[in-house]
Design a binder for this molecule. Sequence first.
Ligand code: GLN
Length: 390
Amino acid sequence: MPALSDRTKDFTDSVIRRMTRVSLKYGAVNLSQGFPDFDPPKEILQRLAEVSREDYNQYSITWGAQNFREALAAKQSKYMGHPINPNGEVVVTCGSTEAMMVAMMSVTNPGDKVVVFSPFYENYGADAILSGADPIYVPLYPPEFNYNPDELEAAFKQKPKAIILCNPSNPCGKVFTKDEHLFIADLAKKYDTFVITDEVYEHIVYEPYEHVYMASLPGMWERTISCSSLSKTYSITGWRLGYVIASEEVIEVAKKVHDFLTVGAAAPLQEAAVVGLNFKDDYYKDLARKYQAKKDLFLKGLDDLKIPHTNPQGAYYVMLDISEFGYDSDLEFCEILAEKVGVGAVPGSSFFKEPVNHLIRLHFAKRDDTLNEALNRLSDIRKKISPLHK
Ligand code: GLN
């Protein structure tokens, strides 16, 4: 057999998605791959039922159905505080996963450098490899996961083509402040760099933190490529609806990349999701409140069990400190956790460039009874997993 491609040698399958399979194998409460177990808004599901009887079975326009782009542009113009032209500044993609790949392939050449904060969402490593870019990792320091401005500028001095900004951050839950955005924006202008944002948790932010859109800051529209999706906002992760919003010059190129990667996102799902894009502000306020309650429930449960953890400012992940168990491999720990305790988690090492093995990521986008069941199982963790090296 001829050799397979070199570019695929440097990464494994996604550990996040692998841990869903591990959870299924052991019947664990799956708090690994972040997706809800509650229903999407009923209006969206009702519309989907109607759509199945209407004529949405063929391709939509490759860069997105007209009414979807119009509804999306109207919503995002309001939230982002910048007028968005649905006909030239939007590409609808198969999830933010494709949006990020489109963004990377639209702005980088093989060998270009890309700044990535660590910890980072694991796709970015593979995105960089697939597009031939070399990541420069800049650490975020706990407990607030702040960057060191000097370290960030040192990365920009290496003349990166782009910086990836996941805000709110998966996995650490950081919500970058306006000042932090302005600092990054100044560096991007000074060193002539694009900012590629991944904002899939834009509506899941805990008070007093607020989401800032990089694209809306002075002078940043032209150099920001905003990627996001409907997955988390409307609890439809399986629909794979995402988008890129950027200037017309960038979108001209992004359309071509998207066209040849996937042709288009699913036409009937775009049509059904328009209902969600037209929701009023209350929907987004309720969503944030709902997640605040889930965060409170789950983190209080962890506190009661005296399991040390991070305190997310946004998104729906919490990282647990498992140092007390003395494992060198957090991957092995997560396998044992799924098997013996019955809770699925993602090893923290999948997100860090640095050799971090003492953190595991759980998410709380689940019904309260699911979260309570997970906490109930975790209450036995010290009985069921004996500490090593003690
Ligand atoms: N963003 C979610 C996570 O981090 C799901 C990722 C995925 O599998 N697309 O778990």
